[in-house]
Design a protein around this ligand. Structure first.
Ligand code: AMP
Length: 279
């Protein structure tokens, strides 16, 4: 596996991979890789001839009081894991390569980025959309894979790719979960054993709410019950629990398909997100 940190070298290496009409799939990540990332890499390997993974902890998607400095980083471990998965190329630029001095352009996907995590983390999705657009232009893959774990992010990236005519396919990969049902996340490592055990209240509450709503229960009551269950389970606060149109992300007060339950809640110093389809 090649590890590349320079844009000109990246372009040459990707062109070489694409020789003879071969396709390249990109899996963008922030590192601290777990089985969820591995499932994306394996999907990439099934849909394209070569897999490129990027690792970049993107400072512009973290708020001033968020965990940018503390975010887990272990490139040597990640690189060994990716090499074992048959990844052709690891794109690992530093911050100065991604944002050279004077960098002044950003992408805002209006509407889709305003609610949910966008409301709780102002500027977050502008940072995500901008860095993903840059990764698309740097790597120029045929397809890019994102996890359904970050449902709002996936919707925003699909919209951006359509709006800006990026010539690639965007695929969503199912959420990889631990045995108890908690969605895998690089941030789960922040949790003590007790908090980790309590965190299962988040997927459990969403499962119960999805069942209630699909069974004809009142949406507002199911959402209020989910929020109460999350707090009772040991979370300190709930940023949101909402039923949304799965594509437009419009908030739904009545159930109609396709719908998705979306939630974010804080336990200790850790903010966790999750989502589930309904019906
Ligand atoms: P991150 O490194 O957290 O920015 O995530 C990189 C990619 O992996 C994103 O597309 C995430 O949606 C995806 N991802 C993270 N955790 C999971 C998971 N548990 N299941 C599926 N995809 C995931």
């Amino acid at each position: 596996m090649q590890i590349i940190r320079d844009i000109a070298m990246l372009r040459r290496a990707v062109s070489a991979l694409q020789q003879g009409g071969k396709s390249v799939a990109l899996v963008p990540t922030m590192g601290a890789l777990h089985e969820g990332h591995v499932s994306l890499v394996r999907m990439a390997g099934r849909v394209a001839d070569h897999v490129v993974v990027s690792i970049f902890v993107n400072p512009t998607q973290f708020g001033p009081n968020e965990d940018y400095a503390a975010y887990p980083r272990d490139e040597a471990r990640d690189a060994a894991l990716l090499a074992g998965e048959g990844v052709a190329l690891l794109w690992a630029p530093d911050v100065a390569t991604m944002y050279p001095g004077g960098h002044a352009t950003h992408i805002e996907v209006s509407g889709l980025g305003a609610d949910y995590c966008g409301a709780a983390r102002p500027g977050h999705f502008d940072g995500v959309a901008t860095v993903v657009a840059k990764l698309f232009n740097q790597v120029r893959p045929d397809v890019a894979i994102f996890g359904e774990k970050d449902w709002q992010q996936l919707a925003i990236i699909r919209r951006m790719a359509r709006d800006l005519d990026f010539a690639l396919d965007i695929l969503g990969a199912p959420i990889a979960r631990d045995k108890d049902g908690l969605a895998l996340s690089s941030r789960n490592g922040y949790l003590s054993k007790d908090l980790r055990e309590a965190a299962v209240a988040l997927p459990d509450a969403l499962k119960a709410a999805a069942k209630a709503i699909a069974g004809g229960g009142e949406v507002a009551a199911a959402l209020a019950q989910a929020e109460a269950d999350i707090l009772k389970g040991g979370f300190d606060s709930v940023d949101y629990v909402a039923l949304a149109d799965a594509d437009s992300l419009e908030r739904l007060t009545e159930f109609r398909k396709p719908a998705r339950l979306l939630a974010a809640a804080r336990i200790g110093k850790t903010r966790l997100i999750d989502n589930l389809p309904v019906g």
